[in-house]
Design a protein around this ligand. Structure first.
Ligand code: HEC
Ligand code: HEC
Length: 220
C-alpha cells in the first residue's frame, strides 16, 4: 500500500514539475504577446529574412535562438533593467542608441525568460567551447582580425576601447553562451542570412574560430 502510495506521489511530483516549467514558458509566451514584444522581435525559427531590405526593416534582433544565445541569469536581469548592447540604434550606422527598451516586472521577466530559453537552435552544440584563456584567440581578436574595429571590449585593467558598429562585447562572459559564439562564427548565415559582420569561417581555420570564441567568451 505504502509503496503504491509513494509511486503515485512520485508520478504526481514529476507531472507537477514538468507542467510547472511548461506553465511558466506558456505564461511567458502570453506575456510576450500581451506586452507587444512580438511587434519588434520574432521567436520562431529558422531565420525569416529574405533580403537585406528585410534585415534593415526589422525593429529588433530576432529571438528564435535566444535560449542558445544567452545565459539565463543575464537574460532575466536584463529584461527587468535593460541597458544598451548596441552602441548604435539597431540597424543604423549613424544614430546613437538612446536606450529606453521596454522593461518587465519581476514575475513577467521570469516567465518570459523561461519562454525565450525554450527557443534553441540545433546548430549550437553544447560543450564545444570550454571558456578558458586563449592567447592565440586574444591575438586574433586584438591584432590579426579587425574585430575591435567594430566591437567594444575591455582590457585586463577594465579600460574599454573599440568600434561602435557592432554590439558591445564588454561583459560577454555573463551574457553569451560560449557554444553559441562559436556556432555564430562558424556558420553566421544560419542565424543572420543578411548581416553587417564579415564571415570569418574560411578565413580562419576552425581551430582558430574556436580560439577566438574562447577569448570572446571570457571578456569581462
Ligand atoms: C519598439 C521595438 C521593441 C519592442 C516593443 C521590444 N524590443 Fe526588445 N529590442 C529592441 C531593440 C532595438 C533591441 C536591441 C537593443 C540593444 O542592442 O541595445 C532589443 C533587444 C532585445 C533583447 C536582446 C537581444 C539581442 O540579441 O541582443 C531581448 C532579449 C529583448 N529585446 C526582449 C524583448 C522583450 C521580452 C520585449 C517585450 C517586453 C521587447 N524586447 C520589446 C526592440 C524592441
Ligand atoms: C565590420 C564590422 C565587424 C567586424 C570586423 C566584426 N564584427 Fe562582430 N558583429 C558586427 C555586427 C554589426 C554584429 C551584429 C549582427 C550582425 O549584423 O552580424 C556583430 C555581432 C557579433 C557577435 C554577436 C554579439 C551579439 O550580442 O549578438 C559576436 C560574438 C561578434 N560579432 C564577434 C566578432 C569577432 C570575434 C570578430 C573578429 C573575428 C568580429 N565580430 C568582427 C560587426 C563586426
Amino acid at each position: 500500500m505504502r509503496l503504491i502510495f509513494s509511486i503515485i506521489t512520485g508520478i504526481g511530483l514529476i507531472a507537477a514539475t514538468a507542467s510547472d516549467s511548461w506553465a511558466d514558458a506558456a505564461a511567458g509566451k502570453a506575456a510576450f504577446e500581451a506586452k507587444k514584444c512580438n511587434e519588434c522581435h520574432y521567436t520562431d525559427g529558422p531565420a525569416k529574412e529574405k533580403s537585406i531590405a528585410e534585415q534593415l526593416a526589422k525593429k529588433g534582433p530576432e529571438l528564435w535562438y535566444a535560449g542558445s544565445k544567452f545565459q539565463k541569469p543575464w537574460l532575466q536581469a536584463w529584461l527587468v533593467d535593460p541597458k544598451p548592447i548596441r552602441s548604435l540604434k539597431y540597424n543604423s550606422l549613424t544614430e546613437k542608441n538612446a536606450g529606453g527598451h521596454p522593461k518587465l516586472s519581476g514575475g513577467d521577466a521570469g516567465n518570459v525568460t523561461d519562454f525565450l530559453m525554450s527557443k534553441t537552435s540545433g546548430e549550437v552544440k553544447a560543450g564545444t567551447i570550454k571558456p578558458k584563456k586563449s592567447l592565440k584567440g586574444k591575438k586574433i581578436f586584438n591584432k590579426k582580425m579587425p574585430c575591435t574595429g567594430c566591437h567594444q571590449s575591455a582590457n585586463k585593467k577594465g579600460k574599454v576601447s573599440g568600434g561602435f558598429s557592432g554590439p558591445t562585447l564588454v561583459g560577454v562572459s555573463k551574457r553569451l553562451n560560449p557554444d553559441w559564439i562559436y556556432a555564430y562564427l562558424a556558420n553566421p548565415t544560419h542565424f543572420k542570412p543578411f548581416k553587417a559582420m564579415p564571415t570569418f569561417a574560411g578565413i580562419l581555420k576552425d581551430k582558430d574560430l574556436k580560439n577566438v570564441a574562447k577569448h570572446v567568451s571570457k571578456l569581462k
